[in-house]
Design a protein around this ligand. Structure first.
Ligand code: HEC
Length: 136
C-alpha cells in the first residue's frame, strides 16, 4: 500500500515538472518571434564613418574593448601598455600599431588569440594615425 502511494506521488511530481517545463519552453520560444523589429522596409547598409577620427572619442573605445584586457593595468602582456596616449603614440608612429592590427607579416597579430578587428575599427585607427596621431 505504502509503495503504491510513493510511486503514485512520484508520478504526480514528475507530471508537474514536465508540465511546468514545457510551459516554460513555450514562452521562451514564443518570445523571439514577437520581438521582430518591423522587418521589411528599407535596410540601410551599416555605416562606417572614418573621417577625422579622434583619439578619445573614436580610438580609445576600440582599444578598451579589444586590447586593454591585456595591455593595461599593472601587469600588461609583454609589458606593453596601450592605455595612455604617450604609450600608444610610440607604437602608432613606429608603424607597429598598423602592423599588428592589420596582421601584417613580421608583426604579432592582434588582438592576440582573437579575431581581427572589423574593417571599420581598423580604418578608424588608421585615419587617426594618418591625421597625425593627435591627442584629441
Ligand atoms: C589576449 C591578450 C592580448 C590582447 C587582447 C591584445 N594583445 Fe597585443 N600583445 C599580446 C602579447 C602576448 C604580445 C607579445 C606578442 C609577441 O611579442 O609575440 C602583444 C604585443 C603587442 C604589441 C607589440 C608588438 C611588437 O612587435 O612590439 C602591440 C603594439 C600590441 N600587442 C597591440 C595590441 C592591440 C592594438 C590590441 C587590440 C586590437 C592587442 N594588442 C590585443 C597580448 C594581447
Amino acid at each position: 500500500m505504502k509503495k503504491v502511494f510513493i510511486v503514485a506521488s512520484a508520478f504526480a511530481v514528475a507530471c508537474l515538472l514536465i508540465v511546468s517545463c514545457s510551459k516554460k519552453n513555450d514562452t521562451t520560444l514564443s518570445n523571439p518571434g514577437g520581438g521582430n523589429n518591423g522587418g521589411g522596409g528599407s535596410n540601410p547598409p551599416p555605416t562606417c564613418d572614418t573621417v577625422n577620427m579622434k583619439y578619445a572619442a573614436n580610438v580609445v573605445p576600440i582599444l578598451s574593448g579589444n586590447c586593454y584586457s591585456c595591455h593595461s593595468g599593472s601587469n600588461p602582456s609583454s609589458g606593453i601598455r596601450l592605455d595612455s596616449y604617450a604609450n600608444l603614440k610610440s607604437y602608432a608612429s613606429s608603424g607597429t600599431l598598423t602592423g599588428v592590427i592589420n596582421h601584417s607579416p613580421g608583426y604579432p597579430a592582434m588582438p592576440e588569440g582573437g579575431g581581427k578587428l572589423s574593417d571599420c575599427d581598423i580604418n578608424t585607427i588608421q585615419d587617426w594615425i594618418n591625421n597625425g596621431i593627435q591627442n584629441n
